[in-house]
Ligand binder design. Structure first.
Ligand SMILES: Cc1ncc(COP(=O)(O)O)c(C=O)c1O
Length: 401
């Protein structure tokens, strides 16, 4: 009898973390590697936020807190939802977890019965399907190819809904595609949901502040107030405030759901770190100007990467609206031969070739449910991005028919 539970056979370790690890190992072995796999801003956490954490330690703010968030943080989150999204939540409609990841996980664990279906537009963030599987639900994938801007189409949503559908997971701006819904596009989706009262929406708004070219951020409960009572609005400080290591995510939603999520958390991690919560209060209540300044830098990097990748033979790179990822197609490289005589058959072959020949680490599209693509994170220095894109151009130029 194996010591490992059978539920583990349903899931796999995060492929994005695996790529980062492989790149680290190659670098440790002396290879010149540029890692474009990581999903975190290269900027540091702002000083006012760090100072708030230091003050919290000095003030003895080092004990257990309420399981799903301190009153001060819940108050700051309520204010944020009202200020930025026009959404009114009371503190008992707010939950705080150890990153957006735990919040999403709690929600699925608290709501899914075996066989319940969760609609996941593809390409998707790698963790959604595995979390659904761990919670004994069934992921239902809807393909959203590049020709549709990687966006879910209302007719496809309608077709995917069955009596067993419990949730639709939306993520805008998206990891991995960077695609973001306009208000009209979001309204077209919420119009479908309004007709199906048994379907709830889990909206993952982690990349809210990383939107370029003046595009407005929208979230489902704001666009369609009729969905307020069946929407879980998930967000966090990781990406917007460069706080990935602090591990604070949160959500607003109906009281009964929030309470159930707190029960799951009470028997797993208990509260998120007291010090990180104090820092998150400062992040949400403190100065916000740096967010726009950093977004401007990201948008310049996006333009650079899109332009350079579109000059690589066999690569086609759409220009995304937000996040810090591009999701180019490598369809034009499939069937070609590497200088070693290996045939590129899949996007996984392509990214392996990039890593081995040029030391550029990216993640294959198959990990995100839409191939043949690959994901590049441009949350790294402009110099590194330029060099990486040159290497990709060279690698593509060296492929033979
Ligand atoms: C789409 C998406 N949702 C949620 C998360 C989780 O964020 P956190 O670091 O707050 O757990 C990530 C992180 O990569 C993400 O890309």
């Amino acid at each position: 009898m194996s010591i490992i539970a059978s539920r583990l056979s349903r899931i796999k370790p995060s492929p994005t973390i695996a790529v980062t690890q492989k790149a680290r190992e190659l670098a440790a072995a002396g290879r010149d590697v540029i890692g474009l796999g990581a999903g975190e801003p290269d900027f540091d956490t702002p000083d006012n936020i760090k100072d708030a954490a230091i003050k919290a330690i000095q003030a003895g703010d080092t004990k257990y807190t309420a399981v799903d968030g301190t009153p001060a943080l819940k108050k700051a989150i309520c204010a944020k939802f009202e200020r930025e999204n026009g959404l009114k939540y009371a503190p008992d409609q707010i939950t705080v977890g150890v990153g957006g990841k735990q919040v999403l996980y709690n929600a699925l664990m608290a709501t899914l019965n075996p066989g319940d279906e969760v609609i996941i537009p593809a390409p998707y963030w790698v963790s959604y399907p595995d979390m659904v599987e761990l919670a004994e639900g069934t992921p239902v994938f809807v393909s959203c190819p590049a020709e549709q801007g990687f966006k879910l189409q209302p007719a496809d949503l309608e077709k995917a809904i069955t009596p067993k559908t419990k949730w639709l997971i939306l993520n805008s701006p998206s990891n991995p595609s960077g695609a973001a819904y306009t208000r009209d596009e979001m309204k077209a989706l919420t119009d479908v949901l309004v007709k199906h009262p048994h379907v709830w929406v889990m909206t993952d708004d982690m990349y809210e502040h990383l939107l370029y070219d003046g595009i407005e951020f929208v979230t489902p409960a704001q666009v369609e107030p009729a969905l307020y009572d069946r929407t879980l609005t998930v967000n966090g400080v990781s990406k917007s405030y460069a706080m990935t290591g602090w591990r604070i995510g949160y959500a607003g939603g109906p009281k009964a759901l929030i309470k159930a999520m707190g029960v799951i958390q009470s028997q797993s991690t208990s509260n998120p770190t007291s010090i990180a919560q104090a820092a998150a209060v400062e992040a949400l209540n403190g100065p916000q100007d740096f967010i726009k300044e950093r977004a401007a830098v990201f948008s310049q990097r996006r333009d650079l990467v899109v332009s350079m990748l579109n000059q690589a033979t066999g690569i086609s790179c759409p220009k995304p609206e937000g996040a810090f990822y591009v999701y180019p197609s490598c369809a034009g490289t499939i069937g070609k031969k590497t200088p070693d005589g290996k045939v590129i058959e899949t996007d996984e072959d392509f990214v392996t070739y990039l890593l081995e020949s040029e030391g550029v680490a990216v993640v294959q599209g198959s990990a995100f449910g839409l191939a043949p693509h690959f994901r590049i994170s441009y949350a790294t220095s402009t110099e590194a991005l330029e060099e990486a894109c040159k290497r990709i151009q060279r690698a593509c130029g060296n492929l033979k028919d």
